[in-house]
Design a protein around this ligand. Structure first.
Ligand code: B12
Length: 504
């Protein structure tokens, strides 16, 4: 269904909205499309819902993750409601794991098709994964609109334009169709962010029971330029921080629902350090550190004794560091600010402050050799984190430094390091991974041999179709689902670590 702001369309949507009376009731249906398990609460969708409701829009949520029969739930919802706009959140474009490489865009296109068959309301897509490929996803799925970046203000603004002026070029972040072409406004990354502290639009209690934790966000955007990372593309190139009091209010809102295990939803909690300190100070001032336990993703730098102790007092019980490598050569390639000694210090500080620690590794990047991989694994063993994620293969996102680095080595179609499961020319929209050819024909075997049974490591999975899962892919992870059902709570790496320790 094509929608054109100039009013040229003759389809149902265009006519319907053209005929809308001046001030009709706005009704927004928001749909969570992410059915991956363990289930993660759609926090982005919830923020959008709270802001839209606050702006006077009637909001209904259809959470397909919590439905046993999504098709039937969709049919029933649209039979009982007449939304003026339908928003779909699309969190994961793919699962970012090689060799699993599951791509979720075709499933989204199928859902868009079904909704178009059931309702005349225009469809707008949004989400973190969506924002990396916004225009391509709108084109591929046939959705009417998309919003790249923050969805809160943009959704309200789109809804108002649909009702009145139809000046779609005024809606920040909007991807829209005009005269048969898909156009993209500049991304919605407002410099100031203030988010609702109320968290009552989705069933967070149920997500806590099914997912073992709930998310909260302290900032958006990242000013680091790690070679492979798509965060600046979806969240913007500079950090945009929330006020600490607002974050503490939000945690109190979750706590009032009995949710006391949380996970940050920032790229890196400690970038910038002063904001991390300010957030912790506010949590400590309200004694929240004694009432909630939370986990965070952190850059290895900046991290020091004061920050570690303050985070612990504020309730942090586990940190997952973006370690990437312990080979100095690879750290330079990945454009990391830290060196291997910083990794050792980070682990030590976590131990001294009674926080669990995971080091996330990215093995197989450009220039990785058996020697650099061996160096990394042996160093990580020696500094003894609680666990380490040995991911092998890097998802290549368009617009990141990875693409420039690979292009310098020759045409992508002929690149010996690229792995994918689709046929035809290289298409970075689909899951495409880089794995250094220097690691030889059986890179997973090589890494497993280096890990040599050390159970602190989550090993990469072999590429054979019948290979047993040994990695820490949380996509349809039944081991985690079962553990959470039986009461486990926390970051997934910490739950998996606990399971391994009890197996011994
Ligand atoms: C925290 C996190 C986790 C935590 C989640 C903890 C928790 N309780 O929430 C854990 C560790 C569990 C996790 C797991 C996974 N993650 Co993760 N995760 C993140 C992270 C850092 C934050 C996501 C988040 O919640 N952001 C905050 C919310 C508020 O932002 P948002 O969702 O973007 O929503 C905003 C907009 O997108 C928009 N929006 C959202 N919905 C809608 C809907 C409409 C209609 C509109 C208009 C707008 C809109 O408005 C919102 C508010 O402004 C992101 C990276 C990042 N910086 O965002 C990766 C990220 C989302 N994860 C990713 C992946 C791949 C995964 C896994 C699949 C990995 C795996 N294989 O195990 C799993 C999937 C789990 C699942 N069940 O879905 C990728 C997705 C990339 C891709 N290719 O699609 C990301 C982007 C990281 C990356 N760069 O690789 N993750």
């Amino acid at each position: 269904m094509l929608l054109c702001p100039c009013g040229h369309t003759t389809n149902g949507v265009g006519l319907k909205n053209d005929l809308l009376p001046g001030r009709m009731l706005l009704m927004l249906t928001l749909i969570n499309t992410n059915r991956m398990v363990p289930a993660i609460g759609p926090i982005g969708l919830e923020y959008v819902a709270e802001v839209a409701a606050g702006a006077g829009i009637e909001v209904n949520i259809l959470d397909l993750a919590l439905s046993n029969d999504p098709d039937e739930s969709l049919r029933r919802h649209l039979a009982g409601h007449s939304p003026t706009l339908i928003g779909l959140s699309f969190r994961n474009v793919d699962d970012c794991f090689w060799p699993s490489a599951q791509w979720f865009v075709p499933g989204l296109a199928e859902l868009v098709r079904k909704i178009h068959g059931l309702s005349e309301a225009p469809i707008v897509l949004g989400g973190v994964g969506f924002s990396v490929f916004a225009q391509q996803i709108v084109e591929y799925t046939g959705a009417d609109f998309g919003i790249r970046g923050d969805g809160e203000q943009a959704t309200v603004s789109l809804h108002r334009q649909l009702q009145g002026g139809r000046q779609f070029d005024k809606v920040e972040g909007l991807v829209w169709r005009c005269d048969g072409k898909v156009r993209s406004n500049k991304p919605a990354w407002p410099a100031e962010i203030s988010l609702p502290a109320r968290r009552e639009m989705i069933d967070n209690r149920r997500y806590f029971a099914l997912g073992g934790q709930c998310g909260f966000e302290t900032k958006r955007g990242c000013n680091r330029r790690c070679l492979y990372c798509a965060d600046p593309l979806s969240k913007g190139p500079v950090p945009r921080s929330r006020k600490p009091a607002e974050i503490a209010d939000e945690i109190e809102s979750l706590l009032a629902q009995g949710i006391d295990v949380l996970h940050t939803c920032d790229a890196e909690f400690n970038v910038p350090r002063h904001h991390a300190m300010a957030v912790c100070a506010e949590l400590i001032r309200r004694s929240l550190g004694e009432k909630v336990r939370w986990y965070a993703y952190l850059a290895v730098m900046p991290f020091d004794a004061e920050l570690a102790a303050t985070m612990r007092r504020a309730g942090c019980v586990g940190i997952n560091f973006t370690g990437d490598s312990a080979s100095e050569k690879m750290l330079v390639t990945y454009r990391q600010a830290h060196c291997r000694e910083d990794l050792a210090r980070a682990v030590r500080l976590c131990r001294q402050n009674d926080m669990k620690v995971m080091i996330d590794l990215l093995l197989g990047g450009p220039g990785e050799t058996p020697q650099t991989a061996a160096e990394t694994i042996s160093f990580v063993k020696s500094i003894a984190p609680d666990c380490a994620g040995a991911s092998l293969g890097i998802r290549v996102y368009p617009g990141t430094g990875m693409v420039n680095a690979l292009n310098r080595e020759g045409p992508l179609d002929a690149h010996p390091g690229l792995r994918r499961k689709y046929a035809g020319p290289i298409d970075l929209f689909q899951p495409t991974f880089y794995l250094s050819p220097a690691l030889g024909p059986e890179p997973a075997r090589l890494i497993k041999d280096l890990i040599a049974g050390d159970r602190r490591f989550f090993e990469p999975m072999a590429e054979q179709p019948d290979a047993e899962a040994t990695d820490h892919n949380y996509n349809d992870n039944t081991e985690l689902v079962d553990a959470i059902r039986q009461g486990a709570r926390g970051a997934y790496w910490d739950i998996l670590r606990g399971l391994r320790n009890t197996e011994r």
